[in-house]
Ligand binder design. Structure first.
Ligand SMILES: NC(=O)c1ccc[n+]([C@@H]2O[C@H](COP(=O)([O-])OP(=O)(O)OC[C@H]3O[C@@H](n4cnc5c(N)ncnc54)[C@H](OP(=O)(O)O)[C@@H]3O)[C@@H](O)[C@H]2O)c1
Length: 293
């Protein structure tokens, strides 16, 4: 059982808000960090001096870095900010690990946006087509210089924070209020649930595999099929949901990859786990929404 000093950076976001209570429940000593929300440490980690200051105080044995600028649109509009948040922050964490000489393992959360050819993608299949992907990939290159596990992922499930809505929250909130929504027929992905991702990251903390790993669900599907399957699992009316292709999606300003589906066998083999297929995962996620309804 645990007994690590774990620093979770970006702990107040969509993933962090589920991760922090889970790790505490597992018995870890968890130190939280955010940029402006309430956390044990509130610091801009793109600032090197401030980053070194807090890291030298905390002396973590594991850092799970969830800091991110996740808006694809904002990353395209503000290239410099994307670099600072998605890349420089990781450079600062990794440099501190290197220079401190402390045995510290870095878990870096990256993205399936680094893929943009026909899936399923293995880890070498990189195609960078937007600045979110570019800045996150550069973050991976910073992380890989130190003992680290880099997890490329995409996650869905019930958000624990009101200011961050996941894809399933958006579908759930839209359909329960009969709001008209358009869902994408020609974008494919293979997300994992937040619940399962948090469990898998705990396993990563235990086993500390070195390298880059995809972590999603088996097979994947289009976002439209996912949204309809999720709605149907919850018996939500789908008459306000319309399938469209990205070419008619006026609400998307920045380019997005069409096929981000991942092959997760490297992670499964290394960690000795079986990742569920997306159809089963949707049913599991729907049960979580049933419980909160
Ligand atoms: N959301 C997805 O579907 C998805 C998919 C694939 C990969 N990822 C990756 O997973 C990670 C977690 O995503 P998320 O959705 O949980 O993110 P999120 O909800 O946007 O949360 C981001 C966190 O980073 C902090 N932060 C932002 N800029 C910072 C800075 N300059 N210095 C220090 N902290 C800063 C925020 O603090 P405040 O709350 O105080 O602002 C917040 O705690 C990210 O790296 C993201 O790229 C996300």
């Amino acid at each position: 059982m645990p007994k690590e000093n774990i620093l979770i950076t970006g702990a107040t976001g969509l993933l962090g808000s589920s991760m922090v209570p889970y790790f505490k429940k597992c018995g870890y000593t968890v130190v939280t960090h955010a940029l402006s929300s309430q956390a044990d440490y509130v610091v801009d980690l793109s600032d090197r001096v401030k980053s070194y200051e807090i890291l030298s105080k905390i002396h973590p044995s594991v850092i799970i870095n969830l800091v991110g600028l996740t808006s694809v649109e904002l990353c395209e509009e503000q290239v410099n900010l994307a670099y600072l948040v998605n890349t420089r922050t990781v450079e600062n964490l990794a440099d501190w690990i290197m220079h401190s000489g402390i045995a510290c393992h870095l878990v870096q959360i990256s993205t399936d946006h680094v893929y943009d050819s026909v899936g399923l993608h293995i880890e070498d299949d990189i195609t960078i087509t937007n600045n979110y992907a570019f800045s996150k990939y550069a973050g991976e290159l910073a992380a890989i210089r130190v003992p680290s596990t880099i997890l490329r992922t995409n996650f869905v499930g019930h958000s624990q924070v009101s200011h961050r809505e996941s894809l399933t929250d958006w579908v759930y909130n839209s359909l329960t209020t009969a709001k008209n929504v358009q869902v994408l027929n020609d974008v494919y992905f293979s997300p994992i649930s937040i619940t399962m991702l948090v469990e898998m990251i705990e396993l990563v903390v235990q086993k500390r595999p070195i390298g880059i790993f995809n972590i999603g669900s088996q097979n994947g599907m289009s976002k439209a099929d996912f949204d309809f399957a999720f709605a149907e699992s919850l018996n939500l009316p789908t008459n306000t949901m319309t399938r469209i292709n990205t070419s008619s999606a006026n609400f998307l300003k920045a380019y997005r990859p069409k096929d981000m589906r991942m092959d997760c066998s490297k992670f499964e083999n290394k960690l000795g786990v079986k990742i569920p297929n997306l159809v089963d995962l949707i049913k599991q996620i729907a049960r979580e929404y049933d419980e909160i309804a």
